[in-house]
Design a protein around this ligand. Structure first.
Ligand SMILES: [Zn+2]
Length: 172
């Protein structure tokens, strides 16, 4: 999948592009956090005399795993971002910044792959969990029995005999 925008000889004005984004973008970057993706990026390139910027509107969903119950979690992604595009001066050290994108004069196109990927990644919340009550209860029980939070005697007493048996078998 290509995420390129042609810029050489572009007249001043606004240009709109659409990029569907699927799992392959995340696979390409070796991202194992994302299990599925169904996104659409609408990119508006605005060009004036001597300046250029990109506005990106991202909509869709990604699938990741819930931190609490480890089951699939659908995360809606709806956000906007803007980045300025600067031309690199000859021989200048290329800076890396999230406020602007550097493009070489010799390049006739902008590759938005990294930009789009970073955009999604920074919008994935640090804590990825289902809403309260939406976690898989069986999974939660299983995880809790494997790794009791306080391991107290009280907790053990509420286990069913079957749970205890399972725990003993697991320890072998
Ligand atoms: Zn969950």
């Amino acid at each position: 999948m290509e995420y390129k925008v042609h810029i050489s000889g572009l007249a001043d004005g606004k240009y709109e592009y659409e990029f569907p984004i699927g799992m392959e973008l995340f696979e390409e970057f070796g991202n194992t956090l994302v299990e599925g993706a169904d996104l659409k990026a609408v990119v508006v390139l605005e060009k004036g005399s001597g300046w250029m910027n990109l506005k990106c509107e991202m909509n869709g969903t990604i699938i990741t795993l819930c931190d609490r119950c480890l089951e699939e979690l659908l995360l809606p992604m709806n956000f906007n971002s803007t980045i300025a595009v600067k031309h690199a001066k000859l021989g200048e050290q290329q800076e890396v910044s999230d406020e602007f994108m550097i493009v070489d004069h010799s390049e006739g196109e902008l590759d938005l792959k990294q930009f789009l990927y970073d955009n999604v990644c920074i919008n994935i919340p640090l804590k990825k969990v289902h809403r309260d009550g939406e976690c898989n209860p069986q999974m939660l029980n299983k995880l809790e029995s494997l790794n009791p939070i306080d391991g107290g005697v009280e907790d053990k007493d509420i286990y069913s005999p079957f749970e205890r048996l399972k725990e003993l078998m697991n320890k072998r």
